[in-house]
Design a protein around this ligand. Sequence first.
Ligand code: UGA
Length: 450
Amino acid sequence: MTDIGVIGGAGYVGLVTSVAFAALGHKVTSMDLDISRIRMLKTGASAVYEEGLEPILGELLAQGRITFTHDQYQAVQDSDAVFIAVGTPSLADGRADMSAVIDVAENLRDQIHKYTVIVIKSTVPVGAINVISEILRQKLTEGEDFDVVSNPEFLREGSGLIDFFSPSRIIIGAASDRAFEVLRDIYKPLRKGKVVVDVPWIDSDREIPYVETDVTSAQLTKYAANAFLATRISFINEIAGLSEKVGGNIEDIVLGLGFDPRIGSSYLEPGIGFGGPCLDKDLRALITIAGENSYDPVMFQGVLQRNELQLREVMNKIVRALGSSLYGKRIALLGLAFKEGTNDVRHSLSIRLYRALRDQGASVAGHDFLAVQEAIEIEPDLEATSDPETAIKGADVVVVLNSEVSYSEIDWRSLVSGGISPYVIDTRGILDVDVLSASEITFYVQGSSL
Ligand code: UGA
């Protein structure tokens, strides 16, 4: 068992990390400056939505395996390893905002009083780890009092626990054997499939790839992973646009591509583009890192450009469907969060679409199963509901923006028989076109010449 402190423990990454390490049998003290979130977590309630989290958290709290605090010292004082999982949002120039990480490091400098491994979970620019080490070195000796390690996370929001307990790989970047050893101990129970509470996703028969490397390579692996996922999405969006022009069917094209094991079929769902706090931010940070190192990132720039174009394409489709101006027209947006299965609206392209429609005089009704509250917080004038049919009622155009399966289960036939017949734009190709055709609904599926 290792004593672990987590800084930024109320955010998506920090919370999943805290809960998961406690479930592996470690003693976890999880700290966050957000006092109201910490107060909720002490009672077993989470402000961020993660599938399966609350029951596991409740059990861990009952067993006294996890403590929440807003005092950083409490999370550091007895810990053998301190995980930093605070946010690094994009600055206007594309660089990652390191101020929260630097604040944490400055506090740590005065709080560490025995050998402690500082583990960077936040995605920080290459070179930032040296900045953190320098701050700590002002008072402490590297290698003797502390080591700084990079352990990038590959957790998808909403399914973070699933990804933690069933990881495709674990990456550790460090400069000393002592630090590697601490991390090996921390991950040993996961690699052996051992947990202290009931976790449905653990598979003790599967060997989890474990890569030990230098700090820079570990960091770059994380950036490369997100850049690659973003590239696949922009790639398929570009193919989908072309498919439409020449009369193809993107669903069949993806099927055909996916059978090639060198290509596979994941992250090939066309749509309005990639949103959320990670893919776009990391790609922009990578472009900045390249620029700072006199390297021309032509491909990453193309991936971003295609992503920006997607929103405009959806907008054009709406205008074309209405035949004229958007003024006074009613548009329903199905899906407000940046994807299905999360309540996170950061960098949500649906919210950007809402703003563009509103600015052109349309009235917009938005639907989401999890993110109504969060959407209204950032857009107080948005009419948002958690009932899709309420959003659809009276709409001239309905736009399906994510892959939420419930949208395919809407009873479109009965909607039409009730006198409602909107133009449906399915950006994700998830609706049953036979049902739509039989209901005589006019519709458009992105990437297909239907
Ligand atoms: C992403 C990565 O998938 C995680 O591995 C990584 O750890 C995380 O970023 C991070 O850096 O913290 P996440 O941001 O939760 O996870 O979102 P994804 O599920 O990857 O989706 C990103 C966006 O791409 C969403 O807007 C989604 O709708 C879109 N997407 C995804 C598509 O348009 N098509 C697809 O085929 C897949």
